[in-house]
Design a protein around this ligand. Structure first.
Ligand code: 4AD
Length: 458
C-alpha cells in the first residue's frame, strides 16, 4: 500500500505542501460539525497527529461515517496544506476504512490511568504515552549501539540458555523439556536425561561469556534479555529485563567507572537531541523538570564514594531507617534514596563493597575485606549499574569460588581465561529498562516495555 509516513510529512513539510498524498493510520479523535468533519489521525511514526478536514459534500458519506470512530484504521488521500491553527493539515479527497472499530474499544477516552492501560498491554501502544515510551526506548537502544561502535567495541550475542548462574544467587529460571518422573531417585539422574544432559536455565547475566569474548576481542558488549526469578514485586524489578553488558580488557576499576559515566552521559545526550518532542511530552506530563534534571546530569561530575564512607554518611544522617546500617550490610532502597536524593542530589558510584555481599568474580582488594566493585545509584530509581574490576588472578579467583562452594568443574572454561594470558579487565551491567525510567521519568518499570514479565504475571 503506497503511502507516506506522517513523520515524513511533518519532518519535511515544504516538499509536500499542496501536493496530494496518501496516509494510513488510526483515528485518535473525531469531531463533527454541520458541513465539515475533523479527524485526528496517528500512524505511530511520530507523536503528532495529522488533522483531516473532511468536507461532507466532497467525500463519500459512508466512508465518513466509518472514519468518525475512534480506533478505526483508515487509508486517506488528500492534499497536504498549510493551516493557520495546526501548522499543517489534510484536505481530504477520499477515505477507505481499513478496519472498523466497535464500541467496546477500550481506548475511547483521551486519558486513561496507567493502571488501566497495564490491563490492556496489547492495545496500550496506541496511547500517546506509550508511543512516546517506545520512541525513546528505540532511540536509547540506538544510542547504546552508537556509543560502543564509535569506541571500537564489538557487539557479541551471548547464549540465553546457559548452565551457569553468573551472579551465584540462585535466581535462575529452569529450562527443561522433561517432566519430573518418580522413576528418578536423584536430581542428577533426572537432569542427565533432560534435553542438554544437564541442568540448564535462562541466563541471569551474559558477563561470563562476555569476559571470554573480551579476552580475544579486547572490548565487547552484549545487549539482550536477562532473566531473574526473584520474588521482588517492586516498581523496579522485572523477571525478564534488558541488560547492556560491556567488558573491557586492560581496564581497572577507575577506568571502567570513567567509561560508565561517559557512556551514561552520551546516551542521555543522544536521546535529548533526537527525541525532542517525546522528551517535551515527558517533561510536561510525566516528570516536571525532567529535561532540566538531565541537562544537570550532563554537566555535573558523578560522585565517587567509598562504601565505608557511605555507611558513615548514613549513620550520621540522623534519619530513622527501617534497616539499620552497619559496615558489611547491603544497602537498601531507603539508603540509596537518601544518598542520591537528599545528600548528593546526583548520581553516585559507591565503590569498594565488602567482599562477602558481592559476587565471586570481583577483584579482591589488598585490604582482604573489600572488592573493586561499584554500583551506580541515581535519584528516583536507585541502582542502574552493577560494575566491577574482575579478579584476574587464577588462584585468587579459584579460592573465591571454593569459598562459596561453587562446582569448579562447571567453570573450568572461565578459569582457563585466567590461565592463558590473563589480563586486568572490567565491566558493568546496565539495566536498560531502569535507564529508560530515568530518562523518561516513567515511575513503574512495567510501563517501559511491551509485555512486562513479573512474578505471577505472564
Ligand atoms: O547488579 P547486577 O546483578 O549485575 C550483574 O548482573 C553483573 N553480572 C553485570 C556485569 O558486570 N556485567 O545487574 C546489573 C543491573 C542492575 O544494576 C540493574 O540496573 C539491572 O541490571 N537489574 C534489573 N533490572 C530490572 N529488573 C531486575 N530484576 C533487575 N536485576 C538487575
Amino acid at each position: 500500500m503506497k503511502h507516506t509516513d506522517i513523520k515524513v510529512l511533518f519532518s519535511n513539510p515544504t516538499s509536500y505542501v499542496d501536493t496530494t498524498v496518501v496516509v494510513c493510520g488510526w483515528v485518535r479523535t473525531a469531531r463533527d460539525s454541520k458541513t465539515v468533519s475533523f479527524v485526528e489521525l496517528n500512524d505511530g511514526t511520530c507523536l503528532k497527529n495529522l488533522q483531516l478536514i473532511i468536507d461532507k459534500e466532497k467525500v463519500d458519506v459512508d466512508a465518513i461515517k466509518g472514519a468518525m470512530v475512534v480506533g478505526a484504521s483508515l487509508c486517506v488521500e488528500g492534499k497536504f496544506i498549510v493551516s493557520e491553527k495546526n501548522g499543517y493539515e489534510m484536505q481530504t479527497q477520499s477515505i477507505t476504512v481499513l478496519g472498523e472499530c466497535p464500541q467496546d474499544y477500550p481506548l475511547q477516552k483521551k486519558r486513561h490511568t496507567l493502571e488501566f492501560l497495564r490491563t490492556i498491554p496489547h492495545l496500550r501502544v496506541r496511547a500517546r504515552y506509550f508511543e512516546a515510551v517506545f520512541a525513546v526506548r528505540h532511540q536509547l537502544s540506538l544510542a547504546i549501539h552508537e556509543y560502543f561502535h564509535k569506541n571500537n567495541y564489538k557487539y557479541v550475542h551471548a547464549p540465553i540458555i546457559t548452565g551457569s548462574d553468573c551472579e551465584g544467587s540462585g535466581e535462575m529460571f529452569r529450562v527443561t523439556t522433561q517432566p519430573w518422573n518418580a522413576k528418578y531417585d536423584k536430581e542428577g539422574e533426572y537432569f542427565a536425561e533432560d534435553f542438554f544432559g544437564k541442568k540448564a536455565g535462562l541466563t541471569v547475566s551474559a558477563q561470563l561469556e562476555g569476559e571470554m569474548a573480551a579476552m580475544g576481542l579486547g572490548k565487547i558488549y552484549t545487549f539482550g534479555p536477562t532473566f531473574r526469578a526473584e520474588h521482588s514485586n517492586t516498581t523496579r524489578h522485572l523477571s525478564e529485563f534488558w541488560h547492556v553488558e560491556p567488558e573491557v580488557c586492560f581496564a581497572e576499576i577507575d577506568d571502567i567507572i570513567e567509561i560508565a559515566e561517559d557512556f551514561i552521559k552520551s546516551i542521555i545526550q543522544n536521546v535529548l537531541q533526537n527525541c525532542p518532542e517525546e522528551m517535551e511530552f515527558f517533561n510536561q506530563w510525566v516528570e516536571k523538570g525532567l529535561i532540566e534534571k538531565l541537562n544537570h546530569v550532563l554537566k555535573s561530575d558523578f560522585v565517587k564514594l567509598d562504601y565505608t564512607d557511605a555507611v558513615e554518611i548514613l549513620k550520621q544522617s540522623g534519619k530513622e531507617f527501617k534497616y539499620t546500617v552497619e559496615w558489611g550490610c547491603d544497602l537498601q532502597t531507603e539508603h540509596e534514596k537518601y544518598l542520591t536524593e537528599e545528600h548528593f542530589k546526583k548520581p553516585v558510584f559507591i565503590v569498594n563493597y565488602p567482599a562477602d555481599i558481592k559476587a565471586f568474580y570481583m577483584k579482591q582488594n589488598a585490604d582482604g575485606k573489600t572488592v573493586a566493585a561499584t554500583d551506580l545509584l541515581v535519584p528516583g530509581i536507585g541502582e542502574i549499574i552493577g560494575c566491577s574490576e574482575r579478579e584476574w588472578d587464577y588462584e585468587k579467583l579459584k579460592n573465591a569460588m571454593l569459598k562459596r562452594g561453587m562446582p569448579l568443574e562447571s567453570y573450568q572454561e572461565y578459569l582457563d581465561t585466567r590461565k592463558f594470558g590473563s589480563v586486568p579487565h572490567s565491566g558493568f551491567g546496565l539495566g536498560f529498562d531502569r535507564m529508560l525510567m530515568y530518562v523518561t521519568g516513567v515511575q513503574n518499570i512495567r510501563d517501559t516495555l511491551l509485555f512486562p514479565r513479573t512474578v505471577g504475571n505472564l
